[in-house]
Design a binder for this molecule. Structure first.
Ligand code: NAD
Length: 504
């Protein structure tokens, strides 16, 4: 096998090409490592509380200027950002691979997602529409207008180190907001690269107010500054349910608005009529892709007993043969877990599954170039026990059997999380029931495709402990704006609503 350059050497070259000054990622107090080998690939700087406060204050001033710029002009800035991302896709995608451990096509796919949301936002910049509403009063007009919300805080997770920012920022920029971003402490270098590309777009645009897009590196203590700042009316927080629980009440206490994108525990029902070829392919990607580290990763397969044995045979084969290793190598489908702690969590979860009567295949450590590599695991469970109901952020697929369709839906919905879901069936009644109010209780429900890999055109997010937030497409933009109801009287009388009379 040909030797690959060290992630540190590659990251340095990529950061140079992406325009990140060396001073920004050498000699600092934060340590960026590559999960591929575990080696240090950069030492950027954590934001001090004073620097964080200053960035928020500058963002507030930037917002006051930016809201005066017509929305389609703001869209032009996002169009230029999309162009910069297109030009830098190869470099940024590879940096995602180096820092988050995704295989190359997924690193590139993440950047493509950024490009897609920029395109969406450009169109949206001419469609930030309100309603005109029939009024009960003569010679009056009632309408609703949408105005920029202010400074939007973005806290993001390691597993989508750049796309989550883009989902929020592209919309926020066209909506007239400033954005202050606190990325995961595990992925600071990709964040620096994105910020450099924003700088390039801003330079071409010419009149972007200083600090419209700010980056604050560091851990949860830096995130806390955003959580508690009254200058941030909208906080988008992506990460674990534990993080959301800590953050949501504090944002609510100051009457801020939180967009919460938290953990998932996504299930798929496989009905007797399902096309098993489709199921095997969809399951392989949804359960093993990104080494099981997607919020939409398939973690629970609820299979009709008539097809369970045949499906499990095929899945066991796919799990045994999947290529695991350095995500930069063509052919690799499963890269490393983010760190050793994630490997330990996987081992503990599999032990718990066994203790609950589960039969586990896979899950063992696999030799790699130094990071934490694990074979994805299948855990055939006698029931949906406590370990199945929690999200373990690793490639573990729990398989359960069902007999009656109602039971399958009950098992499916019987977890605290509610992000994404699927059914594989050729029975129209089952498919429609699954999509109906009596079916899946998730924010995303699919038929004959897996739960993972959403397009940006739809609203993305989930219910229950997933937090209820929606980002990306459809009308998710409304969360980044404030709504005003306006009534205009163009007559000479002053009729009061509900016929109230108050003559003085
Ligand atoms: P995490 O919760 O450990 O960290 C996420 C971010 O929150 C980081 O930037 C972290 O510094 C910050 N943070 C943590 N505690 C905080 C606090 N008390 N105050 C302020 N900031 C805080 O999550 P992770 O390990 O980086 O990511 C994996 C998790 O994210 C999984 O649960 C996954 O399902 C979830 N996720 C959800 C979505 C979604 O859209 N629903 C998308 C990606 C990841």
């Amino acid at each position: 096998m040909t030797e690959l350059p060290s992630p540190a050497a590659e990251a340095a070259a990529l950061l140079d090409r992406l325009g990140v000054p060396r001073a920004a990622w050498t000699g600092g107090d934060l340590i960026a490592t590559s999960p591929i080998t575990g080696e240090v690939i950069g030492r950027p700087f954590a934001a001090t509380p004073a620097a964080a406060a200053a960035a928020i204050a500058t963002a507030e001033a930037a917002f006051r200027a930016w809201r005066k710029v017509p929305a389609p002009r703001r869209g032009e800035f996002v169009r230029l950002l999309g162009e910069e991302l297109r030009a830098a896709k190869a470099e940024l995608g590879r940096l995602v691979t180096l820092e988050a451990g995704k295989i190359l096509s997924e690193g590139l796919g993440e950047v493509q997602e950024m490009i897609d949301i920029c395109d969406f936002a450009v169109g949206l910049s001419r469609q930030l529409y309100g309603l005109t509403i029939a009024t009960e009063r003569a010679r009056h007009r009632m309408m609703e207008s949408w105005h920029p919300a202010g400074v939007v805080g973005v806290i993001s997770a390691f597993n989508f180190p750049v796309a989550v920012w883009a989902w929020n920022a592209a919309l926020a920029f066209v909506c007239g907001d400033a954005v202050v971003w606190k990325p995961s402490e595990k992925t600071p270098l990709t964040a620096l690269a994105v910020q450099a590309l924003v700088g390039r777009a801003a330079a071409r645009f010419g009149a972007v107010p200083e600090g419209l897009s700010a980056l604050l590196l560091g851990g949860r203590e830096v995130g806390s500054v955003l959580v508690d700042s009254p200058a941030i009316p909208v906080l988008s927080a992506t990460g674990s349910t534990a993080m959301g629980r800590a953050v949501a009440s504090r944002v609510a206490a100051r009457f801020g608005r939180a967009i919460l994108e938290l953990g998932g525990n996504n299930g798929a029902i496989v009905a007797p009529s399902a096309d098993l070829d489709l199921v095997v392919r969809a399951t392989a990607f949804a359960a093993m892709g990104t080494a099981g580290q997607r919020c939409t990763t398939l973690r629970r397969l609820i299979v009709h007993e008539a097809v369970a044995d045949a499906l499990l045979d095929r899945l066991r084969h796919a799990y045994r043969s999947v290529a695991i290793g350095d995500p930069r190598r063509p052919g690799t489908l499963v890269g490393p877990l983010i760190d050793a702690a994630a490997g330990a969590a996987m081992t503990a979860a599999l032990a718990a599954a066994r203790a609950d009567g589960g039969v586990v295949t896979g899950g063992e450590a696999v030799a790699g170039p130094g990071g934490t590599y694990r074979r994805p695991a299948l855990a055939e469970m006698p029931a949906q026990t406590a370990i199945v109901r929690q999200e373990t952020f690793a490639p573990i697929l729990h398989v359960m059997r069902y007999r009656a369709f109602e039971d399958a839906i009950a098992i499916h919905n019987g977890v605290p999380q509610g992000l994404s879901s699927s059914i594989f069936t050729n029975d129209l009644r089952e498919a429609e029931l699954f999509l109906s109010a009596q079916g899946s209780d998730c924010g995303i429900a699919n038929v004959n495709i897996g739960p993972s890999g959403a397009e940006i055109g739809g609203a993305f997010g989930g219910e229950k402990e997933t937090g209820g937030g929606r980002e990306s497409g459809s009308d998710a933009w409304k969360a980044y704006m404030r709504r005003a109801t306006n009534t205009v009287n163009y007559g000479r009388d002053l009729p009061l609503a509900q016929g109230v009379s108050f003559d003085v």
